[in-house]
Design a protein around this ligand. Structure first.
Ligand SMILES: *Cc1c(COP(=O)(O)O)cnc(C)c1O
Length: 458
């Protein structure tokens, strides 16, 4: 079978409503043509993010019932610690309530002003936490990643030569750690090869620089390695994941992704001194180190989720569901970033709506049209999110790509529902000349995409 069918059956259902076009026109107008302003009950298929939107399994729900809510020494913490130690081989396991807190605690413990942190591509919260601690976040992803049509199998790889040059130029003492994000979220969910992880680790270690993984989607990355990298087709995804972690001195993780839970995260690392510093900060901002901002039951659900996520039937369904959506769009002439990544499909809005000028927010216009037409919520990653205005000249600098992201929650939607999304987009594409541009009527000074309001240009 080209695309495997669902490796689960449904035990609990949550009804979702299909509203009418007329109702959606009114709702999106009230929301100022910004999908962040929509009540989620007005949405039929919600592809805003894959973060914290997973469906938990029956075993995870059962695990919630053995939550031990003791302030200190909860049994669930010991299970959580055991599962993460077994997976990562790392010694100190520190829970946090989500990924960005792990980043914040790590960087405030190791960064000094002016320090440089290299990464394939920093995720936005990672970059923000580096910069908040007065560090410099440098992205060194390979050039192939910048070409949306390039079919390189590991477009998340870091450019080793650029990394080497950066270490020479900056001096190893100014680099407190180097990172790789697996899969590379900001680069479209593209995987990093084992070879690249190994070479990065060796180069950093040769210079006495610790190596960390931003491990949010480690299982999806491991699946791609099994599928695409020479020498791994007979190794289990679990063992591939363990091998990935074996090169690292530590990791940060948002369990809202490959932890298959709705909230949670952790830091894991070998350095005892740094771990102690982090734990002291943790007590100040999150809580005692055996719960770290989570309930005992949450820790238990993560422990179970981290075991389930390397199940190969699950991963094969997951990766192929995303691929199936990408393939149906491609076969129908809709331009997307190739090849499809692990957790999302990115539509090239400039190719979809070639007649809309950048100042009319083509990706936002397509996002609004998709909601209005089909009740599907995607998200703009383009002019609205990234354009910068020069304060003196008033000139606007547009980002290279103008994208609409369809992020697929884990174990939530069926392939039939993904078909519905594809068909809605194909329909819209056929009638693309009817899609109108937008004009901004309100914007906040920072992170404007969350609250901006628009009107349609008639
Ligand atoms: C989501 C994410 C984070 C941040 O995690 P939160 O749980 O949202 O705080 C960090 N890095 C990557 C790659 C992510 O995808």
């Amino acid at each position: 079978m080209k695309y495997p069918s669902e490796p689960f059956r449904i035990k609990v259902v949550e009804p979702i409503k299909r509203t009418t076009i007329e109702a959606r026109r009114k709702i999106i107008d009230e929301a100022g043509y910004n999908v962040f302003g929509l009540p989620s009950e007005s949405i039929y298929i919600d592809l805003l993010t894959d973060s914290g939107t997973s469906a938990m399994s029956d075993k995870q729900w059962a695990a919630m019932m053995i939550g031990d809510e003791s302030y200190a020494g909860s049994r669930n913490y010991y299970h959580f610690e055991e599962v993460i130690r077994d997976l990562t081989g790392l010694s100190h396991i520190i829970p946090t309530h989500q990924g960005r807190v792990a980043e914040n605690l790590l960087f405030s413990s190791v960064l000094k002003k002016g320090n440089v942190v290299p990464n394939n591509s920093h995720f936005d919260t990672t970059r923000a936490n580096v910069e908040h601690n007065e560090g410099i976040a440098v992205d060194l992803v390979i050039d192939e990643a910048k070409d949306p049509t390039n079919l390189h199998p590991f477009k998340g790889n870091i450019d080793i030569l650029k990394l080497e040059a950066l270490i020479k130029e900056t001096g190893k003492d100014n680099i407190p750690l180097g990172m790789l994000t697996v899969t590379n979220n900001s680069g479209g969910g593209q995987p990093v090869s084992m070879q690249n992880i190994k070479e990065t680790s060796e180069l950093l270690h040769k210079n006495d620089i610790p190596f960390f993984l931003d491990a949010c989607r480690f299982a999806e990355n491991a699946f791609f390695i099994k599928e695409r990298e020479e020498g791994f087709s007979n190794m289990s995804v679990r063992d591939i994941a363990k091998k990935m972690f074996s090169y690292a001195d530590g990791c940060t993780m948002s369990a809202k992704k490959d932890g298959l839970v709705n909230m949670g995260g952790f830091i894991a690392l070998n350095d005892k001194k740094i771990a102690e510093n982090i734990i002291n900060l943790l007590i100040l901002v999150e809580g005692f180190p055996t719960y770290g901002g989570l309930a005992g039951r949450d820790l238990e659900a993560i422990a179970v989720g981290l075991k389930e996520v390397t199940d190969e039937d699950y991963l094969s369904f997951r990766i192929n569901q995303v691929r199936m959506l990408g393939d149906s769009l491609t076969e129908n002439g809709i331009p997307i970033i190739q090849p499809p990544g692990g957790h999302a499909i990115y539509i090239d809005a400039l190719g979809f709506l070639p007649n809309l000028p950048r100042e009319q927010f083509p990706a936002q216009a397509l996002t609004v049209a998709l909601y209005t037409h089909a009740g599907v919520r995607a998200v703009e990653i383009g002019t609205l999110m990234f354009a910068k205005k020069d304060e003196e000249t008033g000139e606007v600098k547009y980002p290279d790509l103008e994208l609409v992201r369809l992020a697929i929650p884990r174990r939530v939607y069926t392939n039939m529902q993904m078909n519905y999304v594809a068909e809605s987009l194909i329909d819209l594409h056929k009638n693309r000349e009817k899609i109108k541009g937008l004009k901004i009527t309100y914007e906040a000074p920072v992170l404007r995409h969350f609250t901006a309001r628009f009107e349609i240009i008639e």
